[in-house]
Design a binder for this molecule. Structure first.
Ligand code: ADP
Ligand code: MG
Length: 287
């Protein structure tokens, strides 16, 4: 019961002068209930990779299965398997198209063939998730909303599908810190209360360090590192630098402090851990 990518490669526009190899020979298993962070510099293949998880892209070579069903097989089983994976794209607000927010969020559930009461329940669930009040917003046009609110509508539409796996590709890009925190606290809440697996692509190392149980580092279309954030940010700093990604800002601050002679933990990932470590180092030094 998992998503399994086996030796996948992907080439955009093969056989043309614009041919671009975006993934080469990636094998990966995403287990139910995991919280996986994916990082890597621009162009490293993150978006291409995650678009394979729900069958949106078909690998040029290799296969993708969800719960042992090949996503590119013909028939209902493959269709059902693809629906287990909900995808929030980069700038999902570009995909809003219905006249009201209700219609937009209910588009997916209606397509699942659910009855109207269940569709409404799903819309309410999605709107609650993203903090949009049903009575205030359901009948409004999505195009009158602020950018942050449009993003929420788009995310609500994916939540309304109740996927087993939720994939988010840079969901906080362009949001203010408050909008970002609200969405992430809901994602954490969903993960903890329902056990939905989350795959989060982000360039914000602090967010990843705080939330993910597992970290995947992409570079040049390949998985370069795959392990716990604690281990990777603490022990693989050189590999990270080679992949062109940074450790969380707090971790580089702690490294600098340690180099100046205070015996702090240079693997601290969050502000809270850093504060504890600095306090302990100072107390230790006073003895
Ligand atoms: P990331 O999400 O890590 O920035 P992408 O998966 O978007 O990386 O891109 C991987 C590679 O594929 C890059 O070289 C990029 O230029 C190329 N690429 C991405 N999308 C397309 C596309 N639609 N057509 C052609 N090349 C693309
Ligand atoms: Mg991308």
């Amino acid at each position: 019961m998992s998503i399994i990518l086996t030796n996948i490669s992907y080439t955009y526009m093969p056989g043309t002068p614009y041919e671009q190899k975006a993934l080469s020979n990636v094998s990966l298993t995403i287990e139910p209930g995991e919280f996986v962070g994916i990082i890597g510099h621009t162009g490293s293949g993150k978006s291409t990779l995650v678009q394979h998880l729900n069958g949106l892209l078909k690998p040029t070579v290799g296969s993708v299965t969800v719960e042992h069903i090949d996503l590119h097989a013909k028939g209902d089983a493959a269709k059902k398997a693809r629906r287990k994976v909900g995808m929030v794209f980069q700038y999902p607000e570009h995909q809003l198209f219905e006249e009201t927010i209700y219609e937009d969020i209910s588009f997916g559930p209606r397509n699942l063939g659910l009855d109207p009461d269940e569709v409404e329940r799903r819309v309410r669930l999605g709107m609650e998730f993203v903090g949009l009040d049903y009575d205030t917003f359901a009948k409004r046009s999505p195009f009158r909303l602020s950018g942050g609110q449009m993003r929420r509508v788009a995310i609500a539409g994916v939540i309304a599908l109740q996927p087993d796996y939720l994939v988010l590709d840079e969901p906080s890009a362009g949001l203010d810190p408050r909008g970002r925190d609200e969405i992430f606290s809901q994602v954490i809440n969903l993960h903890q209360t329902t056990g939905t697996a989350v795959v989060l692509v982000s360039h914000n190392m602090e967010d990843i360090a705080r939330m993910a149980n597992r970290l995947i580092v992409m570079s040049s279309g390949q998985v370069k590192l795959d392990g716990s954030p604690e281990d990777i940010f603490r022990n693989r700093k050189e590999d990270l630098a080679a992949a062109g990604v940074d450790v969380p800002p707090v971790t580089s601050l702690m490294t600098a402090i340690k180099q100046r002679g205070l015996a702090v933990d240079d693997g601290a990932l969050t502000v809270e851990q850093a504060v504890q470590s600095i306090e302990a180092a100072i107390k230790g030094g006073q003895k």
